[in-house]
Write a protein that binds this ligand. Structure first.
Ligand SMILES: NC(=O)C1=CN([C@@H]2O[C@H](COP(=O)(O)OP(=O)(O)OC[C@H]3O[C@@H](n4cnc5c(N)ncnc54)[C@H](OP(=O)(O)O)[C@@H]3O)[C@@H](O)[C@H]2O)C=CC1
Ligand SMILES: CC(=O)[C@@H](O)[C@H](O)COP(=O)(O)O
Ligand SMILES: [Mn+2]
Length: 396
C-alpha cells in the first residue's frame, strides 16, 4: 500500500454501477485499496470480485448466502459476513470513499451509516435521497460528509453549477432520454413486457432503474434528487426530453448563459468524476464524436403519456412523507411488473392511488420514515393484487 492510496468501499458491487466502479478501480489498482464489497445474493460474482480486488471484507445481505460466500473465500484472509446489520457495519468501516450503489430504499441505512462517518459518499442510490432527503442532508451537514452525485444528470449539473454564486442560477434542466416508449401511444404501452421495458435505448443499467426510465418515474426521482443535492425548489427544475443522451444536463444562469456537460452514455465517466474528485482520472468511456452524432434533438415531456412526472412534482410540493410513500409504492409496483404480475401502465396508477390514499403525513425522523415506507409497501402490494385479479377476471 502506498501513501497516496485511497481506501474505498463499494455497496452494491455486483450491480451495474458496482461493476463499472470496480472496472475503474481495477484499471488503477495502485491508486486504491478496497475496504469492503457488499452485494445482496449474487455470491459467485462477489467471490470473483473479492478474489480480484482483495477487500478487507465481503458481505452479502442475504443470510442464506453466508455459507457459500465463506466457502468461496476460504483461505484468502478476506473476512465475510451476512445480513442487513452486516451491510450497515460494512458501510461504517474506515473507507475514505464509499460508493452507494445498492438499488432502492434498501440502500438508505448503509448510505446513512457512511454519511454519519463523514466519508466521501458517491451517491448512485437515488431512492435513498428521494425517501429521506431532508433527513439525509441534515446528517451530511452534521457529519461534514461530502456527498458526490453519480447519477449522470446530477454529475453533469455538479460539474457546471456555480456553488459560490447560487443566486446566479435561474434553473437547472434535467435531460431525459424518454425511454424505450418515448414515441409510443399510451394505449400501446398497456401490453408491454418486462423485456421491452428494460431495453433502454442508450444506457445499460439494472432492471429497476430501466423500468423507471420507461415510465419516466426515473426523471421524477431525479427531480427530487436534484432538489436536495442543489437546494433548488421544484419550480426551478425543468425536464427536457433529449433522445440521444449526449447532453447529460444543464444549468441556466440569470445572464442567459446555459452551461452543459456532454459525453457518451457510459456511466464510467460520472463514476470517474466522483472517484477522482476533486482531480480527474482517465476513464475508458468511448469518446464523443459530435460529427458522427450529427443531430441533438429536444422535446417537451408529455405529461399525459407519462403521468409519473406530474405525480412526482405533486409529491414534492406536498412534502412530508409523500416522496417516501411514492418511492415505496413505485418499488413494489416495479417489482410486481418485472415478475409478470402487473401491467406496465398500472405501475404509475398504483403509485398514484397509494399517494391519494395515504396522503402526505408529517415525517420528522428515520423511525417515522420506516413506518411510512412499510405502510406504503403493504398498501401498494394490496393494490397490485387487486389490479392483477381484476385484469385476470376481465374487469378494467
Ligand atoms: N445503472 C445505472 O447506470 C445507474 C444507476 N443508478 C442508481 O444506482 C443504483 C444501483 O443501480 P444498478 O447498479 O443499475 O442496479 P442493479 O440492480 O444492477 O444492482 C443493484 C445492486 O444492489 C445490490 N442489492 C440489492 N438489494 C440489496 C440489499 N438489500 N442489500 C445489499 N445489496 C443489495 C445488488 O446485489 P445482487 O447483485 O447480489 O442482487 C446489486 O449489487 C440505483 O439506485 C439506481 O437508480 C443511477 C444512475 C445510473
Ligand atoms: C445513466 C443515468 O443516469 C440514468 O438515470 C439515465 O438517465 C436513465 O435515462 P432516462 O431516465 O433519461 O431515460
Ligand atoms: Mn440518471
Amino acid at each position: 500500500m502506498t501513501d497516496t492510496q485511497r481506501t474505498v468501499t463499494v455497496l452494491g458491487s455486483t450491480g451495474s454501477i458496482g461493476r463499472n466502479t470496480l472496472d475503474l478501480i481495477e484499471r488503477n489498482r495502485s491508486a486504491y485499496r478496497v475496504e469492503a464489497l457488499v452485494a445482496h445474493r449474487n455470491v459467485d460474482l462477489l467471490i470473483a470480485q473479492a478474489r480480484s480486488v482483495r477487500p478487507q471484507c465481503a458481505v452479502v445481505a442475504d443470510e442464506a448466502c453466508y455459507a457459500a460466500l465463506k466457502d468461496g473465500l476460504a483461505g484468502t484472509g478476506i473476512a465475510v459476513a451476512a445480513g442487513a446489520a452486516a451491510v450497515v457495519e460494512a458501510a461504517q468501516r474506515p473507507a475514505e470513499w464509499v460508493m452507494s450503489a445498492i438499488v432502492g430504499a434498501a440502500g438508505l441505512e448503509p448510505t446513512m451509516a457512511a454519511v454519519r462517518r463523514g466519508s466521501v459518499v458517491a451517491l448512485a442510490n437515488k431512492e435513498s435521497l428521494v425517501c429521506a432527503g431532508d433527513l439525509m442532508m441534515a446528517e451530511v451537514q452534521k457529519s461534514q460528509a461530502t456527498l458526490l452525485p453519480v447519477d449522470s444528470e446530477h454529475s453533469a449539473i455538479f460539474q457546471v453549477f456555480d456553488f459560490d454564486r447560487p443566486q446566479s442560477i435561474e434553473k437547472i434542466i434535467l435531460t431525459a432520454s424518454g425511454g424505450p416508449f418515448r414515441t409510443w401511444e399510451r394505449s400501446a404501452m398497456a401490453s408491454v413486457t418486462p423485456q421491452q421495458a428494460v431495453a433502454h435505448p442508450n444506457w445499460s443499467m439494472g432492471a429497476k432503474i430501466s423500468v423507471d426510465s420507461a415510465t419516466m418515474m426515473n426523471k421524477g426521482l431525479e427531480l427530487i434528487e436534484a432538489h436536495h443535492l442543489f437546494g433548488l425548489p421544484e419550480h426551478q427544475i425543468d425536464i427536457l426530453v433529449h433522445p440521444q443522451s449526449v447532453i447529460h444536463s444543464m444549468v441556466s444562469y440569470v445572464d442567459g448563459s446555459v452551461l452543459a456537460q456532454l459525453g457518451t452514455p457510459d456511466m464510467r465517466t460520472p463514476i470517474a468524476v466522483a472517484l477522482a474528485w476533486p482531480a480527474r482520472m482517465e476513464a475508458p468511456s468511448p469518446r464523443l464524436d459530435l460529427a458522427a452524432v450529427a443531430q441533438l434533438t429536444f422535446e417537451s415531456p408529455d405529461h399525459h403519456r407519462f403521468p409519473a412526472l406530474s405525480l412526482v412534482r405533486g409529491a414534492l410540493q406536498s412534502g412530508g412523507a409523500a416522496p417516501t410513500i411514492m418511492n415505496a409504492a413505485n418499488e413494489v409496483a416495479v417489482a410486481r411488473f418485472l415478475a409478470g404480475g402487473l401491467g406496465f401502465l398500472e405501475i404509475t396508477a398504483v403509485v398514484e392511488q397509494t399517494l391519494a390514499d395515504l396522503g402526505a403525513p408529517a415525517m420528522s425522523s428515520l423511525e417515522d420514515l420506516f413506518a411510512f415506507d412499510t405502510q406504503a409497501r403493504h398498501h401498494a402490494a394490496v393494490l397490485c393484487q387487486k389490479r392483477s385479479q381484476a385484469a385476470a377476471s376481465g374487469i378494467s
